[in-house]
Design a protein around this ligand. Structure first.
Ligand code: KIV
Ligand code: ZN
Length: 520
């Protein structure tokens, strides 16, 4: 990898996507293997340089996912995360060796607070660990990234010693994460500049930023790091990630592209894929994108005020600094109605970025026809909701067969529900303080477990009273949080199906995670 582009005279910034690792660690964002493969494919097609596919030691499922992504990805480097522990590094090496280009990404904490309370190690002991574990990784593979966890709360002199040690031991990328989202842009830029200009051997490695968004500064800090000399940025689609998330890939890429005048750096990302990648990740992780999210939010290119609309009609540049088309957003189009056939539906799916297998296509087509029967206008957004819903429910163990809800003002709210659980039909009736409460109680009664409802929200996919309702549910059981989504013209059916979608995810076995294996 080289960092300069002779044609454009702009320095190249490598995009390291960690949606499948740091993003997936976000509570409720667990993805199945199929979903991870779908996300990896979208990232690879979009031109991401490095895909961090998971944390192989964390569980058998994680290991298998990294192997599967490594085998599937055609262009990107595939990285696997490892703590500074011999078994972790071996496991990561075993997983990424299946990739055309593999990378072991190993990390250790360096800040005084982590050393004292979490690791219970001295500085000298940490230096010894870095030398030993980076060398171990280098014996397995040529491409080794080393990260100083909590770098931004680490005294500079010690951080310099750590970085020098990692480079001497063979690290080819040095990542200085803002693990707790504590940095502000000026100091972040200065930290990178100081390390890069003063550590012996720094020219042998690519420096990388990895910023969390606890203060809402992750993207600003990532860009500041680039100004300070970083040439790799770690980020996630939709800013998914631990707590307040990671720096959003789409924001970094579009900031570099739109403000090339003062940020003379370039990435190889095909920006017209950004909206599609956002949709795929949102559906796979069951994580809605906030309406006003920069670049990919529903409102990112919507103009409501009269003055803005007037300006837009005269010249779009009056209020738009980038075009919707440049990030892959097309104007909402009216699509086929109930007379549309399979070929037209397939074409539309392709345009929206979906390629479904035969069974999923047949089911999606049937649901599209049902929707077109009930709804006057079927928009692109309706089709996206319908297909995401369909893809998200493949392999479900609990399925809704039928439901009836009786609701009376000031009176009883009762749900009669028929489900199949592992193919066996069961019917239950249950009351609740409202219709939705009755539905959720009935489902819990039928399945026989009591997950805790963390979140329930409903919104309209498009405008109008005949719009599909999009319901989101988040459940918690035994410390595990999962999310579920569903879209339906009927709000109560959408709610029931979203609840079931989350419930089904709770039933997906996840291998036991290695002790303390979650990284920041
Ligand atoms: O935030 C962090 O420090 C991390 C490391 C594992 C790179 O995610
Ligand atoms: Zn992180």
């Amino acid at each position: 990898m080289t960092a300069a582009n002779t044609e454009t005279n702009k320095d190249r910034v490598f995009i390291f996507d960690t949606t499948l690792r740091d993003g997936e660690q976000s509570p409720g964002a667990t993805m199945t293997l199929e979903e991870k493969l779908q996300v990896a494919e979208a990232l690879d097609e979009m031109g991401v340089d490095i895909i961090e596919a998971g944390f192989p030691i964390a569980s058998t499922g994680d290991f298998e996912a990294v192997v599967a992504v490594a085998k599937q990805v055609k262009n990107a480097t595939v990285a696997g995360l490892a703590r500074a522990i011999t078994a972790d590094i071996d496991r990561a090496g075993e997983a990424v060796r299946h990739a055309r280009k593999g990378r072991i990404h190993t990390f250790v904490s360096t800040s005084p607070i982590h050393l004292a309370h979490q690791m219970k190690k001295t500085e000298d002991e940490v230096i010894e660990i870095i030398a030993r574990t980076v060398a171990q990784a280098r014996n397995l593979i040529d491409d080794v990234e080393w990260s100083a966890m909590d770098a931004t709360r680490t005294p500079l002199e010690f951080l310099k010693r750590c970085v020098e040690t990692a480079i001497k031991a063979g690290a080819t990328t040095i990542n200085l994460p803002d693990t707790v989202g504590y940095a502000v842009p000026d100091e972040h830029e200065a930290m990178f500049r100081t390390i890069i200009t003063s550590v012996p051997g720094a020219d042998k490695a690519i420096f990388s930023a990895h910023c969390h968004n606890d203060l809402g500064l992750a993207v600003a800090n990532s860009l500041a790091a680039v100004r300070g000399g970083a040439r790799q940025v770690e980020c996630t689609i939709n800013g998914l990630g631990e707590r307040a998330g990671n720096a959003a890939l789409e924001e970094i890429v579009m900031a570099l592209r739109t403000r090339g005048d003062i940020l003379p750096y370039q990435t190889e990302i095909e920006t017209t894929h950004l909206a599609r990648a956002s949709r795929i990740v949102s559906a796979a992780a069951n994580f809605p994108v906030q309406y006003n999210k920069a670049i990919v939010g529903k409102n990112a290119f919507a103009h409501e005020s009269g003055i803005h609309q007037d300006g837009m009609l005269k010249n779009a540049e009056t209020y738009e600094i980038m075009t919707p088309a440049s990030v892959g957003i097309k104007a909402t189009t009216l699509v086929m109605g109930k007379h549309s056939g399979r070929a037209a539906f397939k074409d539309k799916l392709k345009e929206l970025g979906y390629e479904l297998g035969d069974n999923a296509f047949q089911e999606a087509f049937q649901r599209f026809k049902d929707l077109a029967d009930r709804k006057k206008h079927v928009y692109d957004a309706d089709i996206v909701a319908l297909v995401d819903d369909e893809v998200g429910s493949v392999g479900d163990r609990i399925k809704l067969v039928d439901m009836e809800v009786v609701s009376k003002t000031g009176g009883v709210h009762k749900a009669n529900i028929t489900l199949t659980i592992d193919g066996e039909e069961t019917s239950v009736s249950f009351e609740g303080t409202g219709s939705v409460d009755a539905i959720f109680n009935a489902i819990k009664e039928a399945v026989g477990q009591q997950p805790h409802l963390v979140l329930y929200a409903v919104d309209g996919v498009t405008g109008g009273t005949d719009a599909q309702a999009s319901a989101h549910v988040r459940l918690e059981m035994n410390g595990r949080i999962v999310s579920g989504n569903a879209a339906e013209p009927d709000t109560l059916v959408a709610s029931a199906r979203a609840y079931l979608n989350a419930y089904n995810r709770l039933l997906i076995e996840r291998g036991a995670s290695a002790q303390g294996a979650m990284a920041g």
